[in-house]
Design a binder for this molecule. Structure first.
Ligand code: PLP
Length: 489
């Protein structure tokens, strides 16, 4: 299958590219991104075929249905990365928290957040393709928390890939920072930056756009790639678990074949829910995709009113920091799918020039056929965390944003699947506060308090972080990033 561009073609790139090209060079003409030319079918026939499949068997068939130019042996090896998750047979367990509500836990991988679901297999494939072409790639990431650790983890010691990860010093949780600065791999560099996440991200953008940095890369024969969720190589792995969730409900006799369900997705960059959208479009019986946000509710506004307005907003720091996003990159893929390339370019140009775009009433209705949106304040999330903890289920603050969406859903007779995107251990100070503790100064005391006061255990990989050697102690001023990068390369 070929991949096409969301903003049309500028004549300098191919009209269509293979999967391998789309993942190695993910930016398309006019700053657009790549999407599959058409979708496979994941309807009843496909579901029936996989009633008895385990996760990896299902995943392989989903990937191969896209007919991508990656060898089967590479796909199998990539999927074997799931063997290191808590349960190799089922990396994404489903828990029942209400008669009609289930939580699919996407965080049982090495960094305890859902980014591993896609980044783990993706990292293997990207490195393999780079080796095949005898090319070297640099991946640079600015992270406020979860993307950094998952990116470092997947590429560590992988041939033909180097990773540099910038994080705002003091802007991540202790656990997130330790996951990054204790990572031991010759091909990876972690740099703390004095400033906040926006500063860090802006510096990275400047660096990537600067001519002399690019000349340096060229002289060292290094190409740039990206591992954020604009890369379709991540999205493809985020279609699989939505199908798996449906199959699990069938296997547990909770639904009948063909019965519609709700998918409730805590959203930031819109990659997770986009995977659900593609699954729905490919035939998975989904009533609606419920998009959950925190008070950075730009997606709620888009879906309810058809207005995407960054100019009138400031980013607000919340207790669900992975969803503190104003520029939600994957919305573009939905716009393209519904309204085509010319209109998508128009809307994206407007966003770049004025910070805003507006859909027509018809376009907005079209979005509402598939999506509904709700946002929650931090306080509301804490109430849900506390409520479910009393019933024996501990959820993290990102997952908690889903509960209001679930309560507000329109058809009360349909089952809902909520996606849990992080283990509570990554946001333990917030969880401890929600449970009424005053041990919320730092992760160490919050983790300990929760372990003592609930039935939860702190997993060894989290506990072990606090005694691991720091491999990347460096924290620099913004102006020094380039120099540090050149040393590393
Ligand atoms: C990345 C992330 C999200 C948001 O996912 P998107 O695919 O960007 O919408 C939500 N929760 C957690 C914990 C995350 O790490």
């Amino acid at each position: 299958m070929q991949f096409i561009e969301t903003r049309g073609n500028d004549g300098s790139k191919s009209q269509k590219v293979n999967f391998s090209e789309a993942i190695l060079s993910p930016i398309a003409s006019f700053g657009g991104i790549y999407v599959p030319e058409k979708l496979p079918k994941f309807g009843q026939k496909f579901l029936e075929k996989h009633l008895n499949s385990n996760y990896k068997e299902l995943a392989l068939d989903v990937l191969q249905s896209f007919d991508i130019d990656i060898e089967e042996s590479t796909l199998i090896e990539a999927l074997n990365r799931y063997d290191d998750f808590d349960d190799s047979k089922n990396p994404v367990p489903l828990s029942k928290i209400e008669d009609d509500c289930f939580v699919m836990e996407l965080y049982h991988g090495p960094t305890r957040a859902f980014k591993d679901m896609a980044l783990q297999p993706f990292g293997y494939i990207l490195s393999k393709e780079a080796q095949k072409r005898n090319e070297n790639y640099l991946i640079m990431a600015a992270t406020s928390g979860d993307t950094g650790p998952a990116t470092l983890e997947t590429f560590k010691n992988q041939p033909n890939i180097q990773v540099a990860c910038l994080y705002p010093d003091g802007g991540t949780s202790d656990v997130q920072r330790l996951q990054m600065v204790t990572e031991e791999a010759d091909n990876e560099k972690v740099i703390g930056v004095v400033g906040n996440f926006d500063d860090t991200q802006n510096m990275l953008k400047e660096l990537l756009a600067s001519d002399d940095f690019n000349a340096e890369l060229e002289s060292r024969n290094i190409k740039l790639s990206a591992a954020n969720s604009v890369n379709f190589g991540r999205i493809i792995f985020q279609i699989i678990y939505h199908i798996h969730a449906y199959l699990e409900l069938l296997r547990k006799d909770e639904i009948k074949m063909g019965e519609n369900i709700y998918l409730v997705v805590p959203s930031g960059n819109f990659g997770n829910v986009l995977g659900g959208y593609y699954a729905k479009k490919a035939g998975l019986p989904v009533e609606k995709l419920l998009v959950a946000s925190n008070v950075n509710n730009i997606l709620t506004d888009l879906i309810e009113n058809g207005v995407y307005d960054m100019g009138s907003r400031e980013l607000i720091k919340t207790e669900s920091p992975a969803m503190d996003i104003l520029k939600s990159s994957n919305v573009e893929r939905v716009l393209f799918d519904k309204f085509g390339g010319a209109r998508t370019k128009e809307l994206m140009d407007s966003l770049n020039e004025t910070g805003k775009y507006e859909l027509t009433a018809d376009e907005c209705s079209s979005i509402q056929e598939d999506f509904e949106a709700t946002f929650s304040e931090d306080d509301e999330c804490e109430v849900f965390i506390s409520k479910y903890a009393k019933e024996g289920y501990i959820m993290d603050p990102h997952t908690a944003t889903c509960m209001k969406s679930y309560e507000k859903r329109i058809s009360k007779n349909l089952k809902s699947v909520i996606y849990s995107t992080a283990e509570w251990t990554k946001f333990s100070t917030t969880v401890a506060r929600a449970l009424g503790s005053d041990k919320t100064e730092n992760d160490t005391e919050a983790l300990q308090w929760i372990a003592e006061n609930t039935n939860e255990k702190v997993p060894a990989m989290i506990e072990g972080l606090f005694s691991k050697e720091i491999k990347h102690p460096i924290v620099v001023e913004k102006e020094q990033i380039k120099e540090e990068m050149l040393k590393f390369l």
